[in-house]
Design a protein around this ligand. Structure first.
Ligand SMILES: *[C@@H]1O[C@H](CO)[C@@H](O)[C@H](O)[C@H]1NC(C)=O
Length: 441
């Protein structure tokens, strides 16, 4: 009896103990998905994602991040990159998204700037950081833009210079070295220190301006292959931001690494790889610099990166593997080297073994739960049709959420909703990647 009472007491205690602040699920919405082209599709409507399609996702999201606003090169003002879509009366997607707060009152909707969507005169991201007047113009216009459309804050997805792609083994060394150079799009930043200081100042100024408004949040998104240790002065900015989104993926991409494919977003370092190019290493930088773990959110990509396997690719499919440039564009996303999760999942099955269709992709899971899933299809006798894909699926998304939980992190972000299976074509469930991540937090 005593034992029973003690047991019931414990249960009561467990129930009464308030849970630590609930985990964040930060959902990115790429506004470009709205205008995704759909020629050639049998079901045109499947390509385009309407804001209404977001509804089934939003009960799982704590934050919705609208991607992306940009910077006007001459004035340094923060502006919509597509006013017709974002603001004008016909679509007014800014307002449509912030209006979701009526139905989901806990939801915070942030307006993100940058995110690699702002490609005109990219040098402006550096120049702005060098000029106090430019920063002021940016901050004032940004806060106004967010406030006018009912956003709960701003996310800075700053377009800093990228880490140069590195060789990860020497076999193909000398040949590929020459080729890589011609693909190199990375600018070397000769004013790193100045840009680090400028960004700290920008965060401080943005926070001060947002503080004048009620309940406005500030977050930062560290874009893939930005070296955070160069640009993010953690002790100086961490108390000013509510969330740090680490887009710890795209460590290998067909445009950066056209001749060699590898896991795009491993949680831990696979053997013989650069020790900095994985989720755990990205997280450690922030934690060891003193960031409270609950501000850190790790990004889960809802797409895969694809490369062409050719006659020289190792037939085992095991990465790192020799490949020959980006894989073919998908029917919906229409971008070489990129497939959304539903596009990949369609390739994993070919139920009718239809004539003329390529054989399905062989999926290789990772029992260690450390590196991720990949799929591949060997080229045919004419060296055609080979494909190698590194991607996130509901299982690996769940593993990332489990990792976040084990480290007491703030949660996960889903980048982005339009490339998750928002129609439920794979398994019947809408947003399977988002759901899997949410359930493991
Ligand atoms: C990032 O910068 C630090 C400090 O300059 C450097 O030690 C590190 O190697 C860089 N990381 C990568 C992945 O290049």
């Amino acid at each position: 009896m005593k034992i029973l009472v003690a047991f019931l007491g414990l249960v009561a205690l467990a129930v009464a103990t308030p849970t630590v602040s609930p985990s964040k699920v930060v959902c990115y919405y790429d506004s470009k998905s709205y205008v995704r082209e759909f020629e050639g599709c049998i079901y045109p409507a499947q390509a385009r994602m309407l804001p209404l399609d977001l509804d089934p996702a939003l009960s799982f999201c704590t934050h919705l991040v609208y991607g992306y606003a940009g910077i006007q090169p001459d004035t340094y003002k923060m502006v919509s990159l597509n006013e017709n879509l974002d603001i004008d009366r016909n679509h007014a997607n800014y307002r449509t998204l912030t209006n979701f707060k009526t139905k989901y009152p806990g939801l915070k909707v942030l307006l993100s700037v940058g995110g690699d969507a702002d490609t005109e005169e990219e040098q402006k991201y550096n120049l702005l950081l060098e000029s106090p007047t430019a920063r002021t113009a940016f901050v004032n216009s940004g806060v106004l833009l967010a406030e006018q459309h009912g956003f709960d804050g701003i996310d800075l997805a700053w377009q800093f210079a990228r880490i140069k792609p590195k060789k990860i083994r020497s076999t193909w060394g000398s040949i590929w070295h020459g080729i890589k150079k011609t693909f190199g799009t990375t600018l070397v930043d000769e004013k790193e220190a100045e840009h680090r200081e400028g960004f700290t100042a920008l965060v401080r100024e943005m926070k001060a301006a947002l503080n004048l408004k009620p309940n406005m949040q500030l977050s930062v998104t560290v874009l893939p292959n930005v070296n955070a240790s160069i640009y993010y002065d953690v002790p100086a900015i961490i108390n000013l931001v509510d969330i740090v989104n680490l887009n710890a993926f795209d460590y290998y991409t067909p445009s950066r690494n056209p001749k060699e494919a590898d896991y795009t977003a491993p949680i831990y370092k696979p053997q013989n790889r650069n020790e900095l190019l994985n989720v755990d290493s990205a997280v450690s930088y922030w934690l060891t610099s003193g960031a409270p773990s609950n501000k850190i959110v790790i990004g889960v990509a809802t797409y895969g990166r694809t490369w062409k396997m050719d006659g020289d690719s190792e037939i085992s499919g095991v990465p790192p593997i020799h490949v020959d440039g980006p894989g073919e564009a998908g029917p919906y996303t229409k971008t070489e080297g990129l497939l959304s999760y539903p596009e990949i999942c369609a390739k994993l099955i070919n139920p009718n073994h239809q004539k003329g269709m390529r054989p399905h992709l062989r999926k290789v899971t990772d029992p260690s739960k450390r590196f991720g899933t990949y799929g591949f299809r060997l080229p045919d006798d004419n060296s055609e049709g080979g494909l190698w894909v590194s991607y996130e699926d509901p299982d690996t998304a769940g593993q990332k959420a489990t990792y976040a939980k084990s480290k007491n992190l703030g949660g996960v972000s889903i980048v982005d909703l339009s490339m998750d299976d928002f129609r439920g074509l794979c398994s019947g469930d809408k947003y399977p990647i988002l759901r899997a991540a949410k359930y493991r937090l």
